[in-house]
Design a protein around this ligand. Structure first.
Ligand code: GLY
Length: 405
């Protein structure tokens, strides 16, 4: 073995150990201001690409992805079936928060308001939370606009109609009951509990809190293997409420650890602890985090599924890294000092890698990041730029900036 290769391999192994063990020697150069300036540049490029020759924007067409082979955003129309339509308005809100630019505020509000009709259509699935809390939730957080608040309260009531009290969770995909053979709950659904908690504390029904709490508890009891890794889907008998099985949908197989699914678990239980202060949820957030961190490659960016036998010749998923980087900044505030340092170091390491030339789109495309995977089994959005990666990336940078202030 040549010494240089040995040194590289050794550095990589040490770096991986340091990442999982939280050694202070990890180098993680994140320059939050520079990275946020980069985000602002890409957002301005996207906005100008959405303008027609007469300078107008169709606010009902929302950036969704840029394929590996493409250089412009594919936009999707606003409708309940398009689960990602809240992320682009959310990106604009975070950028407004960071820059104070009133042009951004105006455009963020216009894109946000284009989603309103979804709330007053029959609820399609659990993604109503992603759609409305990333858009209207951030709008209300930054503007205190009462009209925005009412839309979120109405959305929370609509989302709660998916709750089955016999099971103790929301039905994530009503359209897939036949396919899975029962009431299905997916790990992604954890994120959408935030809107229910928020509504219950901001003028909505107290019952929304109880629903979100019970969903988190039922999911904690059924949706995970003993090592803390999660199934994508949990199937329940809708009448007896009995747990039938855990299975896969967007990951490699029923026994694998789909990277973004685990990322939703990390983010979800961190948020549930914030909202409930129940120590069981904090311990669980740490458990689901630790199995993820201890399985990561040295640079902190997961393969799309940790148990794909094709590793290392399979795509990474930057979107999962963004979700986790953001969650860890929050989780680091709830744990003891050495664990806090370990989580913060891990987050910074991820953000440093994401700021590298390999992950940044740079001049080639107006998104922030490349190399995310949407749905591998469906052969959809493989190694692409995807809007939710950008959303959680700018959220993570904003959280880190606030953390360091
Ligand atoms: N359904 C959300 C996701 O693909 O992560």
């Amino acid at each position: 073995m040549k010494p240089t290769i040995f040194l590289t391999a050794t550095a990589s192994i040490l770096s991986a150990m340091a990442l999982s063990m939280g050694c202070a020697s990890v180098s993680h150069e994140v320059n939050v201001d520079t990275d946020l300036e980069y985000c602002n540049t890409q957002i301005m490029r996207t906005l100008s690409s959405l303008r027609t020759d007469s300078g107008t924007i169709d606010y009902s067409m929302i950036p969704r992805n840029i394929a590996d082979s493409a250089s412009t955003w594919e936009c999707r129309n606003v409708c309940p079936e398009e689960w990602c339509d809240g992320f682009w308005p959310g990106v604009l809100w975070y950028n407004y928060e960071n820059t104070g630019d009133t042009l951004l505020r105006r455009e963020a509000l216009r894109f946000t308001e284009s989603l309103k009709s979804i709330v007053y259509s029959p609820v399609y699935d659990h993604d109503l939370g992603f759609l409305i809390f990333c858009s209207y939730g951030n709008a209300y957080r930054l503007t205190a606009d009462k009209a925005c608040k009412q839309v979120i309260l109405d959305a929370a009531d609509s989302l709660a109609t998916l709750y089955n009290p016999r099971v103790g969770t929301l039905l994530s995909w009503p359209r897939n009951v036949g396919m899975f053979g029962g009431h299905n709950t997916i790990m992604d659904n954890m994120i959408n509990l935030e809107m229910l908690f928020w509504a219950s504390k901001n003028g909505g029904r107290k019952e929304l809190y109880d629903i979100a709490f019970k969903h988190a508890e039922t999911t904690m009891n059924n949706h995970f293997r003993p090592d803390g890794s999660c199934y994508h889907v949990a199937v329940y008998d809708p009448e007896s409420g009995e747990f039938i099985r855990g299975c896969n949908h967007q990951g490699y197989d029923d026994d694998s650890m789909w990277a973004r699914g685990q990322a939703w678990a990390i983010y979800g239980y961190t948020m549930v602890y914030r909202e409930t202060r129940d120590p069981r949820f904090l311990a669980f957030a740490q458990k689901v985090t630790d199995v993820y961190l201890s399985s990561l490659p040295a640079d902190g960016i997961p393969y799309w599924d940790f148990r794909d036998p094709g590793i290392p010749e399979v795509p990474r998923d930057a979107s999962a890294a963004c979700v986790v980087a953001s969650a860890l900044i929050e989780l680091s505030d709830y744990v003891d000092a050495s664990t806090s340092r370990r989580y913060l170091d891990a987050s910074k390491k991820m953000l440093a890698t994401l700021a590298s030339e390999h992950y940044r789109c740079g001049d080639a495309k107006p998104a922030f990041l490349s190399h995310s995977v949407g749905n591998m089994p469906a052969n959809s959005e493989i190694d692409a730029s995807i809007i939710y990666a950008d959303y959680y990336y700018i959220e993570a940078l904003t959280r880190l900036r606030n953390h360091q202030a």
